[in-house]
Design a protein around this ligand. Structure first.
Ligand code: AMP
Length: 429
């Protein structure tokens, strides 16, 4: 589609007044690129493959047409009594946080339908009983994580044989989290004839195979992240032993509120929080070992601005919608380039200015280059005064010639931090 044909206003997309009124209340001034390109076709019943990150406005892209279609169906059927434990619009998501968030967005978009469209979210980690109760008599829209949905199906709490629209949100994440089998089981339970919308930030082979199997003559839309936000990416080189000190310095210097810091392991969350607290910075942690109650509480407080610094594993990298998150910091680099995109997508959302900062030391250097290459960016290596890396290393980094690893910096533990070679990296620790 050429730019000239893309509608610039929500009113041109074919949405009905109750939805348009809600978008005005939510102060959505104009459709994001994916909304402008996809909503008219989705309303017309087409299947969709969309390459889009969170922050692009993808939730509204599927939620608004889905609500409109279901509302029209319900209004035209005089006998709207539900048959058993039906679901009409099924949205599969990889995490419980995303399930709640998507359901909340849908409920918010639907306020002017005055309760005519029922939306339920189901996910693991909490008791299934309340969810079963919520599903009594069926639901128009169900937002679900795959595992819990299968459990609920096996206890006859819900059936998928009347699904008319299926949305796979963050398909790549769902597959990378190991939901492949659950997904095939669930797909087999849905009717053959349905509208399918698939959203994925990346398209590895597994996702491509899924799209071929599932989608019927879909429209394809790829949204570049640069279209969706004004996110500034920066990278600071630092000696390994000074990372925490630099982080603490930056947090204090910039007085960041709502800084989301990523590390790679659950226990690293706790370690870093302890180290920061010794430097006078209070931080909360968010990772998979925390109970659902604690995770929800921390998230609510962080969203409300009551927590300044949140240290999280990649569990927070997908889907969490925290308005106007000013800064995301990679304290540990993510394992994959795709995860990097997901992490930085937490900031600079829907046109807001955001900062994605990565702190890299010698050991991260090559990995960061791979991340840049895959994501087609090349960032200038910066240093912070007072935290400069050793001169020799710096020269190598500038010349793009990392020096051979000093003995002992590999997997084997260093016996003695003051050993001559290791000292190059640890001088400032
Ligand atoms: P999503 O990519 O669906 O997670 O949406 C990211 C954020 O952008 C959410 O906070 C939405 O409420 C917001 N949003 C979505 N569409 C628009 C729009 N057209 N204008 C302004 N904000 C939007």
């Amino acid at each position: 589609m050429s730019t000239a044909t893309i509608p610039a206003n929500f009113s041109e997309l074919g949405l009905i007044p109750p939805l348009l009124a809600r978008l005005t209340e939510l102060e959505y001034q104009q459709p994001t690129p994916i909304q402008a390109q996809a909503i008219p076709s989705v309303l017309a019943g087409r299947d969709l493959i969309a390459g889009a990150n969170t922050g692009s406005g993808k939730t509204a892209t599927f939620a608004l047409p889905l609500l409109q279609q279901l509302h029209a169906e319900k209004s035209s059927t005089s006998n709207s009594a539900s048959k058993g434990n039906y679901v009409a619009g099924l949205i599969l998501v990889p995490t419980r946080e995303l399930a709640k968030q998507v359901a909340d967005s849908i409920k918010s978009y639907a306020v002017h339908f005055n309760g005519a469209i029922k939306t339920v979210a189901v996910f693991g980690g909490v008791s299934a009983n309340t969810q079963m109760l919520a599903l009594r008599g069926g639901t128009d829209i169900l937002v679900a994580t795959p595992g819990r949905l299968l459990d609920l199906i096996s206890s006859n709490a819900i059936k998928l044989d009347r699904v008319s629209t299926l949305v796979l949100d963050e398909a790549d994440r769902m597959l990378s989290l190991g939901f492949t089998e659950e997904l095939s089981e669930l797909l087999a339970l849905t009717p053959k004839k349905k509208q399918t919308l698939l959203f994925s930030a990346t398209f590895p082979e597994q996702v491509k195979a899924l799209t071929q199997e599932l989608l019927n003559n879909p429209i394809e839309i790829q949204v570049q992240s640069s279209d969706t936000s004004t996110l500034v990416q920066r990278v600071f080189t630092v000696n390994k032993g000074q990372k925490t000190a630099l982080l603490a310095f930056l947090i204090k210097q910039h007085q960041w509120r709502q800084a989301l810091i990523f590390v790679n392991a659950k226990n690293s969350c706790e370690h870093l929080a302890t180290k920061l607290s010794k430097r006078g910075i209070t931080a909360e942690v968010f990772h998979g070992d925390k109970g659902q109650g604690a995770r929800s509480r921390v998230l609510e407080e962080f969203k409300a601005g009551e927590i300044d610094v949140l240290i999280a594993t990649d569990i927070a990298a997908r889907g969490l919608d925290i308005e106007k998150l000013p800064v995301v910091i990679n304290f540990d680099l993510p394992r994959s380039p795709a995860d990097y995109m997901h992490r930085i997508g937490r900031s600079g959302r829907a046109g807001e200015v955001g900062l994605a900062l990565s702190l890299i030391d010698y050991e991260d250097y090559h990995h960061f280059k791979i991340i840049e290459k895959k994501n087609k960016v090349r960032l200038e290596r910066e240093q912070v005064e007072g935290f400069e890396v050793d001169e020799e290393l710096n020269e190598r980094l500038i010349a793009d010639k990392p020096m051979a690893k000093p003995e002992g910096t590999g997997k084997k533990k260093r016996k003695n931090k003051t050993s001559v070679n290791a000292d190059i990296w640890l001088r400032n620790s």
